[in-house]
Design a protein around this ligand. Structure first.
Ligand code: SF4
Ligand code: SF4
Length: 420
């Protein structure tokens, strides 16, 4: 196992050349899978199985009575080897269920749902029960990490703008999972007959052409934004597309979750894999990988022929976390893994703050990142919270825009873990 320092963060390289990957490498589930019971923001499940139990594909292995927490499903059949505390990507010790895969893939059947005959509350529960993890809606922690269907929205905004470096990840939505993506749009049209549906994408030529073609005839309106203008926070995306007062009438949906939700509502299927973009100069085989949940990063490194990365970043392009351990499994919802060489990282070394104020200009919640960071550096967490540091939605915009490459977002993530 290789451990990395996360006390110094990584500044995501800017203006990376456009990379288009053809095809998807489908990884088989390994011999041992590690299912984390933690779902970010201190939301955790309790194990629903014990050491020695036989488990099946689709079996619930982690549950919670907290309505914000989605269940954890097993993606293979086999035996629960143990339930252990293990480092996650960010270096926190969390409970994980270790399953030995017997390779038989014996499956617990699930029935297709007749969502047309269900009430909105029943549909909401059914969506939550699919166990998909949303990573974009960080300002709405009370609702948790599952996708929310709400009552009577005037607008539905499908957010595909956080689609990796220059829209590369978004390509999956109009190619490999297009049928389920369109099925998801049609399900939304069925449930919300009066709502206008828009699709927020990056404005690179490939995304524009691909998405325009994919949604032709569905009545979905395309809203294209410049490639570096990512919308990690759904409420802010709604505000920018429909105006200041539109947030309460808008339901924003992570477009990358829609195919999984569609498969679940239409056919009762669960998703046991995530599509992850692997990039960075330490990766010999960059590209798109379909990775089974519970797979440790070390196995992805072997598949992608990663050689001696200096730092690893997991997450999304702007707000990825520096990875602590190569034995940590990828969390559900992870979309990108960057394996960076020392040369790539040192090009992005932070230098002194020049008080230019750009970080404050871009902060969607009106914080002063330079002041917050100054407090964190001297470990003055009282000032950090007094200056509303706890409101940070970890969007990453301040770090991305900073000419001095200050590790602002990572610093705030760390500070927010400090108990007051
Ligand atoms: S953008 Fe960077 S250099 Fe400019 S004020 Fe903020 S932290 Fe300082
Ligand atoms: S402080 Fe930085 S990461 Fe936090 S909300 Fe503001 S811009 Fe985003």
């Amino acid at each position: 196992m290789k451990l990395f320092s996360i006390s110094k963060s990584v500044h995501i390289p800017k203006f990376k050349p456009t990379e288009r990957f053809s095809g998807i490498t489908v990884m088989d589930a390994g011999k041992t899978l590690y299912y984390s019971l933690s779902q970010q923001h201190n939301l955790v499940c309790e194990p629903a199985v014990k050491r020695g139990d036989r488990v099946l594909v689709n079996q619930v292995i982690g549950v919670s009575t907290n309505k914000s927490v989605v269940p954890v499903y097993c993606g293979v059949s086999g035996t629960v080897k143990q339930i252990v505390q293990k480092y996650d990507l960010a270096g926190d010790k969390v409970n994980m269920i270790v399953v030995e895969n017997d390779g038989l893939y014996e499956t617990m059947e699930r029935k297709a749902m007749n969502y047309g005959a269900m009430s909105l509350d029943e549909i909401k529960d059914a969506v939550k029960d699919l166990g998909v993890i949303e990573t974009q809606n960080l300002s709405n922690r009370k609702r948790g990490m599952h996708l929310s269907f709400r009552s009577n929205p005037k607008h539905i905004l499908l957010n595909a703008s956080e689609s990796g470096l220059y829209g590369v990840l978004g390509e999956a939505l109009y190619t490999s999972v297009k049928d389920d993506f369109i099925l998801g749009i049609n399900i939304l049209k069925d449930i919300y007959k009066a709502a206008e549906i828009s699709l927020l994408i990056t404005s690179d030529a490939e995304s524009l052409a691909g998405f325009t073609d994919a949604v032709a005839g569905t009545g979905v309106k395309i809203v294209a934004k410049v490639p570096t203008q990512f919308y990690h926070d759904m409420n802010l995306a709604a505000r920018d597309v429909y105006g200041d007062f539109a947030m309460k009438d808008t339901m924003v949906i992570d477009a990358f979750m829609l195919p999984s939700v569609a498969r679940g509502l239409e056919r009762g299927e669960l998703s046991h894999t995530d599509l992850i973009m692997v990039s960075g100069e330490a990766a010999g085989k960059k590209g798109m990988y379909r990775v089974p949940h519970g797979t440790p990063i070390s196995e992805i490194m072997a598949a992608a022929e990663v050689k001696e990365p200096f730092r690893i970043v997991a997450g999304s392009i702007l707000s990825g976390n520096a990875v602590f351990s190569t034995e940590a499994p990828v969390n559900r919802g992870i979309k990108e893994l960057l394996f960076l060489t020392e040369a790539e990282v040192s090009k992005e070394e932070e230098v002194n703050c020049i008080r230019c104020g750009r970080c404050a200009d871009v902060c969607p919640v009106g914080l002063k990142p330079y002041d917050l960071n100054a407090s964190v550096i001297v470990r003055d967490f009282d000032s950090f919270f007094a200056e509303r540091g706890g409101m940070c939605v970890e969007c990453g915009l301040c770090s991305y825009i900073c000419p001095s490459k200050r590790h602002l977002t990572q610093s705030f993530k760390t500070a927010k873990k400090v108990k007051r």
